[in-house]
Every structure is written in C-alpha cells, then in structure tokens.
Design a protein around this ligand. Structure first.
Ligand code: COA
Ligand code: AMP
Length: 689
C-alpha cells in the first residue's frame, strides 16, 4: 500500500438543508433529566452534522482526504439521496491493524482468544495480527478473490474468523459472516444471494455439551445451491478433523497459510472508496428471505471509532469483552472493527455465560484479562442470574477493572438491571440499535460524562446518541389498525410518553446502511416508504418528557430469542409446508429467560389423524433442520380457527396479546369475535405454558 496520509483537516462545512434540521432538538434540550454533556453532543450533531463528523473523521487514516463530509444530492445519489464522506479513500483493515503497528504499538495485544469449551487460551499482538491477515489475504488472492468479490464466513468463535474478515477487508472483498448456528438451508439462501467466490469455514463449533459439526452443514448448503463457490477454505479443529476433498474445492486452512508463508506471500491494502461496501450481513426480514445489510468503509470507520470513545468509553490499549458472536452485528462492531480500529484489545470468547463451566465465566474473564467494559445480551445476564441468584460467583473474582456493563439486543428488564447495578456496583448501560444502523441509536448513557450513571432510567434504553434524530410516530386516528394496510394510515409525531413507531429523521448518520445487497428497491420499500423522510426502525416505543427512549416491541413479525433476531414469517413458511397443516400463525410470546419464544398456532387439514403431540414434534424438527436449533420452536397449539379480519388477514398482534396475557382492543374488522374467547381459553391459566 502506498503511504496513507494522516487524517484530513476539517473540511469546509457544506450547507445543511433546513428540512433535515430537527425542530425537536430544542425541546430535547430543555429536558431536565437528559444530562448536559450528552445533550450538548446531540445538539451539536443535529445543528451542524458536517462539523461534528468532520472532526471525528480526523481520527481515521485516509489515503485521500475527503473534501466533503455529507453530500445531499438526489440527482447524484440514489434515494434517499445523500452520501457520507463521498470522495474519501481508505482501507478499513489498514485502520484496524496496520496503522497501530506503524505507530509503534505492534507489541500490544490485539486479540485474546479464550475458549473454555476447548481449554485453549492465546494472545495475538497487533504485529502478529498484521502478519496473519496479510498472509491470509494472499491466500484469498491465490483463489482469485479481489476487490468487490464476496466471501462467506461460516465459523465459530475462533481468531481465524476475525483474520478471515480482516483479510477480506484488506483486499476490498465483501465478507458476509453467517452465524454458525444456522442450518444448511439458511446458509444456502445466503450463498445463493451473494454468490461468494470463496467460503471460509471450520470443521466444527464446540458447544458446552456437544460438538457441532460444520462440514455436513456447509456441504449440504453448497449441494442445494446453483451457485458453486470456487473454494472452501476450512479450519481443521482438533475436536473434529474432517476429510477434505479437493474435488469439492475444499482446502486446509493451515496448509494454505503454511504454503503462503513459505513463499513469503503477503497482500497489501486495496484502496477503497469510502462508500464501497466493507461487509454484507444478512438479517431477518419480514419474510423468510434474509436482508443483506451493507456497511460502507468510510462512514463506518468514523462512526464506530467515535462510538468506542464516546459510548463504550475506551482508549487504545483498554481491554474490551464483547460476549457476542461474529455472526451478529454486535460481533462485527464490537468484537472486530470497533475495538481494533480504536487500538483496543478484543476478546474472542468461545463459550457461554453459563455452563462453560459455570455462571462465573464472565467474571473469570474480566479478572484474568483486566476487562474494562463488558458488552452482552440481557438474556445472557438473565441466564447467569438464574444460576447464581445472589451473585456469589461474582465475589470469587476481582472485577475491579470493570467500569461498565453494556446490554444490547433486546429489552433489558428493570429487575435484572437493578440487581446487577447493585451486585457489580457499576453502571448498567442499555443501548438500542440494529444490524441496519451498525452502532447504537440510544445509549444510557455516554461515557464521557460519568455522572450520567445516576441518570440511567430503568426500562429505558437511554437518550438518543448524537447523529440520530429519533421520533415516535403514531397514526393520526389514534389507533394502530392491524386490519389496515400501512398506506391507508396517516401518521403524526407523538406526544411525550405516547407509544408509537420509532423512526429516525433523515439523513441517518455515517456508518448506517446505505442499501441492501442487490435490493435497493426492497431497501426503500421496507424502511423508507411508510414514513417519507424517516427511517422506519420497525420498533415500537416511546420518548418520555426527559428525552429518554424506551423500546417496547417490534412492529413487524421479527422476534428476539436469546438475543437472536428471527423471523416468525420464515417459521410460518416451514410450518405451513407440513402435510397436516391447513393454515398457521407463528408469534413471539414473552419468555423470562430468552425474551421471546416462538409459538405456533395451526389449523389442521380435514381428516388428519396424527396426534397434536406428534405434529408438534415434527414441526419442531422441521424448524431445527431448516432454520437451526437457535430458533427454539418448541410449542404448537392446534386450534379450530385463527383470528382474522373479514378480508382474511390473520390478526397476529391480537394473537400475541392473548398469548402474553396483555390487554388488547378487539379489531373493528374482525370476522368473528368469538374466536378470541377460544384462544383465551388456551392460556387460562397462563401457567399451563
Ligand atoms: N452453533 C450451533 N448451535 C448453537 C449455537 C451455535 N453457535 N448457538 C446455540 N446453538 C444451539 C444450542 O446448542 C441449543 O441447541 P439444543 O436445543 O440442541 O440444546 C440451541 O441452539 C438453543 O440455544 P440457545 O437459545 O442459545 O439456548 P441455550 O440454553 O443453549 O443458552 C443462553 C441460553 C441464554 C445462555 C444463550 O442463548 C446465550 O448465551 N445467549 C446470548 C446470545 C448473544 O450473546 N447474542 C448476541 C446478541 S448481542
Ligand atoms: P439485530 O439487528 O439483530 O441487532 O436486532 C435489532 C433488534 O433488536 C431491534 O430492532 C430491537 O427490536 C431489538 N433490540 C436491540 N437492542 C435493544 C434494546 N436495547 N432494547 C430493546 N430492544 C432492542
């Protein structure tokens, strides 16, 4: 790579059209509970986003300085018509690895690998990481991978997964990590959609009580796809050595690396345009077809680096433990790119919060490596709480380095937050975001203001983060009409405390998704059509008098099971394909441990003699084999009929309210109200569940 210049000077601000400036900012600023620092940053980011983000861009190494920060031009850019850092050039891998070595920090630990399930612990310095990544990038090149190609990564939590991602970023290839718990059919959907030149895999994942073999999954997925990748580079794990077949294009990871090392092959960084895709990450959409969320290079590097400093509150050299998986956006932002771009030490943890070996696992990691911030899902903390209700295992460890616990991925229940605040004696910081945004939209609260700890409101995911102009939209009629199409309803901004759909006024800040993979039409339709001028988050919630945002539920059919985002629409497709099922609905019912669990309701075809128990078992098996065990689809009710509108639309929201025992209004256009009594009877008493 030619020399990368240091960051650009602050570019001249471009005028910011007033239609994008938020009148709500003034209101927000009057809020008493919203602490001054966070409030002030948010105000600055709204009032002059160009100035705000230009300053932050100085922390990133650019090959070519960008003279524009934000360009709004609906002629030049496809809808919604704006671009961040449009003419900057950089390489994200350079920012995450090379520049730290060049700055003399090569000996600093980049990755700590801690695998209680295999008993392995190791450290990789930035210098070693540079060697591994540039060598592996050369391996990818030898298989024809170049800028713009896609590469699927289907691997467990091992450092090689991170090396593979960074090697792609180095070459300008677009990686698409698929969570290892997904079944072949889900993997196949992603292969068919993004047509990877190469798949990076491993022979197995190691779960606390079992070895989860990956090769049969990968081979079955490739088998059913029309698209055949040119090569599969497979990490042989000692727990499960597979016979790799070169005729199937399978290559041994270690042998490939050894051969490249022997030749001294190393790949440099490809200069990328700021808006070129860095990665593609599939996430559940409203149908069974996953959406390929794109992340760009420039905006993402700036935003994630800002987040590490201002939300996570870490400095170069600090140790960050994000107990997630590289298969999710949290893994991308907070195991890989965030910590490495900002020069921290990241932990690749191959284990669970409980059972590897016990509920003290997180605290053991904190003590052993001097972790300063821990990021995890509320479900993980609830699992720990269940096994160690009084926090006795916490006392076994010295966790004095730990300054914050961040919770993300689902609603944090107030009891758990309050209990862990007490047990750990540190702030518990809820933060709300999505695969689409790539970094937090709200956070309780930002680190730069320590006094904010006391301002955390239980049940709220905190005030908006700078860059996000969050609003709550409600139907003008005052009622959400499940029986009406979206287009038939008019929306207005809600009053403080009123529940509605959370939407973000455009433009979205840097690093948020500029499009969906090969589906810009779907991008506009799914996210920008319902509320013109806003991004529809598909989350329902409210903003209180103090500007704090609370997230209540999804407005679509996405559910969150143990921190995993899943589509009940996708499950319905599988359930309805069962030979005995005439029609079905799958909804998410509240669960104390996993947040939500899918519940099936089926109407049987006439003359079916199979028992409900048998059908339930068959449906469970079908979902496990077609989506994966992580879907936790265990319970199916056989019903005589489903609640529907007169036009035949299934009233899933009403069904969900009945299953959860929450209040609901009988939809005006319901076909036959008496069905509701039949369904309520299934859940009375609710303990039956
Ligand atoms: N590969 C293969 N299988 C996996 C898997 C993976 N990466 N992750 C989970 N599974 C399997 C489990 O083994 C289990 O299979 P089983 O039903 O045959 O036993 C099934 O999927 C369900 O797993 P899970 O929902 O995780 O339940 P659990 O009881 O094993 O663990 C928790 C419960 C709460 C401890 C666990 O879900 C957890 O750690 N959640 C946090 C998730 C998280 O961090 N998400 C990231 C968002 S930030
Ligand atoms: P994912 O794209 O997998 O990260 O899932 C995003 C979804 O998870 C959001 O749309 C929310 O429904 C949910 N979510 C994420 N963070 C939170 C949070 N802090 N509180 C409530 N729900 C959350």
């Amino acid at each position: 790579m030619s020399t990368v210049t240091s960051a650009p000077g602050a570019p001249a601000p471009v005028p910011y059209p007033s239609r994008f400036v938020s009148p709500a900012v003034a209101t927000l600023n009057k809020n008493n509970g919203l602490a001054a620092y966070q409030n002030e940053l948010h105000r600055q980011s709204m009032a002059d986003p160009v100035k705000f983000w230009a300053k932050e861009a100085d922390d990133i190494a650019w090959e070519t300085k960008c003279d524009k920060v934000l360009e709004m031009d609906s002629q030049k850019y496809q809808e919604p018509g704006y671009a961040w850092f449009p003419n900057g050039k950089l390489n994200t891998c350079y920012n995450a690895v090379d520049r730290h070595v060049i700055a003399g920090n090569g000996k600093r630990t980049a990755i700590i690998y801690d695998s209680p399930v295999t008993g392995v612990k190791s450290r990789i310095s930035y210098e070693e990481l540079l060697h591994k990544v540039s060598t592996f990038a050369a391996v990818l090149q030898s298989h024809g991978v170049q800028k713009g190609d896609t590469v699927i990564v289907y691997m467990p939590m091992v450092p090689e997964a991170v090396v593979g991602m960074l090697a792609c970023a180095r070459l300008g290839a677009i990686h698409s990590v698929v969570f290892g718990g997904f079944a072949p059919k889900e993997l196949a959907k992603r292969i068919e959609d993004c047509k990877p030149k190469v798949i990076l895999g491993a022979t197995c994942g190691v779960e606390p009580k079992k070895i989860f073999k990956y090769m049969p999954m990968i081979e079955a997925a490739v088998e059913i796809c029309k698209h055949k990748p040119r090569a599969l580079i497979i990490l042989q794990r000692p727990q499960c050595v597979a016979n790799l077949s070169t005729s199937r294009g399978e290559h041994d990871w270690a042998a490939e690396v050894a051969a490249a090392e022997k030749d001294g092959a190393k790949a440099g960084c490809t200069i990328m345009n700021s808006r070129d895709p860095l990665y593609l990450l599939y996430t559940s959409g409203s149908t069974g077809t996953p959406k390929g969320v794109i992340r760009d290079n420039g905006g993402h590097a700036v935003a994630i680096n800002w987040t590490m400093k201002n939300i996570v509150g870490l400095k170069p050299g600090d140790v960050f433990f994000s107990a997630s998986d590289v298969g999710w956006v949290v893994g991308h932002s907070f195991i890989v790119y965030g910590p490495l771009i900002s020069g921290c030490t990241t932990i690749v943890y191959e284990g669970k919060p409980v059972g590897s070996p016990d509920a003290g696992a997180f605290w053991r990691v904190v003590e052993e490596y001097g972790v300063k911030s821990l990021f995890t899902a509320p479900t993980a903390i609830r699992a720990v709480k269940r096994e160690d209700p009084n926090g006795d295992l916490i006392k076994k460890y010295n966790i004095s380095t730990l300054k914050n616990l961040f919770l993300v991925g689902e609603r944090s229940d107030p009891d758990t937050v309050a209990q862990y605040h007490k047990l750990l004696n540190i702030p518990i910081r809820d933060n709300w975001w999505q695969t689409e945004t790539g970094w937090p939209m709200t956070a309780a609260a930002q680190m730069s203001s320590p006094d904010l700890a006391s301002k955390t409101k239980l049940g709220s995911a905190g005030p908006p983060v700078p860059g996000y102009d969050i609003r709550v939209l409600v139907p003008k009629s005052g009622v959400v009409r499940e029986d009406l199409e979206n287009e038939q309803q008019e929306y207005i901004e809600a009053k403080a405390g009123e529940l509605g759909t959370l939407a973000v006024k455009l433009p979205l800040p840097p690093g948020t998704f500029p499009t969906l993979w090969n589906n810009h039409k779907g991008y506009l339709k799914s996210y920008f059509k319902k509320f013109p001028g806003y991004y529809d988050t598909a989350d329902a919630g409210l903003i209180d008098e103090d500007g704090y945002v609370s997230i209540m539920s999804r407005t679509d059919d996405i559910i969150n099971t143990a921190g995993h985002r899943l589509s009940t629409g996708g499950m319905e497709q599988i359930v309805s394909a069962h030979k005995s099922v005439a029609e079905c609905a799958v909804i998410g019912a509240a669960d104390q441990l996993k947040g939500e669990l899918p519940l099936g309701f089926i109407v049987l075809k006439h003359g079916v003699s199979t028992t409900p128990k048998q059908i339930e078992a068959e449906l469970k098996a079908a979902i496990r084999s077609q989506i994966g065990a992580i879907a936790c689809f265990d319970k199916t009710f056989v019903v005589h009929r489903l609640p529907k509108t007169r036009s035949g639309k299934v009233l899933r929201r009403t069904l969900r309210a009945i299953a959860n025992g929450t209040k609901y209004e009988v939809p005006a256009t319901i076909e036959d109200e008496s069905v509701l009594k039949e369904l309520e009877a299934l859940f009375a008493p609710r303990a039956k569940l």
